[in-house]
Design a binder for this molecule. Sequence first.
Ligand SMILES: *Cc1c(COP(=O)(O)O)cnc(C)c1O
Length: 496
Amino acid sequence: MSSSTPRASRHIVQNEDLLFEVSSPGKRGYQLPALDVPAVTLAAARREIPDCPEVSELEVIRHFTRLSTWNYGVDTGIYPLGSCTMKYNARVNEAVTRLEGLGDGHPLQPEELSQGALRIMQLLSEYLLEITGMDAITLQPAAGAQGELTGILLVRAALTARGDARKKVLIPDSAHGTNPATAAIAGYTVENLKSNPDGTVDMASLDRQMTRDVAALMLTNPNTLGIFEEDIHRIADLVHERGGMLYMDGANMNALVGRSRPGDFGVDVMHLNLHKTFSTPHGGGGPGSGPVAVKKTLEPYLPIPVLRVKRGKPVLDYRRPKSIGRVRAFYGNFGMFTRALAYIMANGSDGLKQTTEDAVLNANYIRRKLQDVFALPYPTPSMHEVVFSDSIQAAQGVHTGDIAKRLIDYGFHPYTVSFPLVVRGAMMIEPTESANQREMDEFIAALRAIAEESKNTPELVTGAPHTTKISRLDEVAAARNPVLRWRPSKSEAAQS
Ligand SMILES: *Cc1c(COP(=O)(O)O)cnc(C)c1O
């Protein structure tokens, strides 16, 4: 190990036992006065666990506080997971979400008593329509993938009503995995569209494959390589000429908000990820929200209830004979709406535009500072994220997953590994506008150090992480056979 390798110290609280293991009989986290009624034994106590842990209050506090330090979150540092837009959720978003009347509102409250909540949904809808340039919107879907399914079901309903149901959905090879899954679940055959050497849609292939059998093209823009589809107008025209619809996966709107509107470049239907672009927390931090915005032709099919304004008051409209029905209980994840609305209003239109520009600038800063040590498979300019490949390091047997694990030793959350699939050994980095220059410089320094290690001491990288409680998991077994609960050892069980 070279002496310039930053020293990784072992965290003192990483050897934390379970409360069951530190339990000792008679310890209590409370004190009660002496019993003045007859004692009884509860019959309903669970048998498979010999006893509840007996620990002091301080032990409980320390146990959970230590466990909390094992976590890495957006509040800890740069969280550069590409495609995920892990941006900071400002505390003001939380404050407004917890306001009395909002935080404790109930979805079964009558409409007259929910006027404030409905107005929030109305205002958010108006802003999102302004941002996307679309005509109508539903806030109901609970995530991006559910938004995709909703959007594709809208396309299917509209085409079926036209008597032209069609069978296929075209999806570029750079797409997020949820896109083909969505199309398949909606009953379509998925056809792969290959990218050209720039990493964008190949117009000749599109021309050949966009037949009268194709219901929609599902496109992410900028795509998952972080590249803007510059031919988007021609793509939209071609799809429309052949009677299909253009679905845009809007998960990458952090590169467009305030600068360019999908409604203006020919998109018929799209989803947004409020939990990415509009700062509501995610990744174990909260539920999602995947509003779907559409052009006029698809409006009659939106999920019920549809929010509209009647004599100046927001009302929920259930009488929509062409609706595809509900996709989610009630109106969606309301707490995400207040957070997203607070984010939009706190930024204002200038702030939103600045946010987009900063996100793009940050990604390009990282690209510039790393492109001499990591391979850049597509030379096309980057938007809000940059995709490198591990091809230089792979010559020493070091792969993208190893580099990501080694980043943990340097105190950073890894980037997205092995995605998009079109890039072999992909390293996908999205700093978002939340990262400041100092943090990015530290992150860049860590990756440059790992590139050096990959040349000189590759085993240091392939054996990483070295500073965590457990090093490499068997990822396949962890997914197929997760062990999610503790059981007492035989001897402990026998004692009880
Ligand atoms: C995150 C993402 C999705 C899926 O969104 P979820 O909210 O995770 O379901 C779809 N497409 C792209 C490009 C994404 O980045």
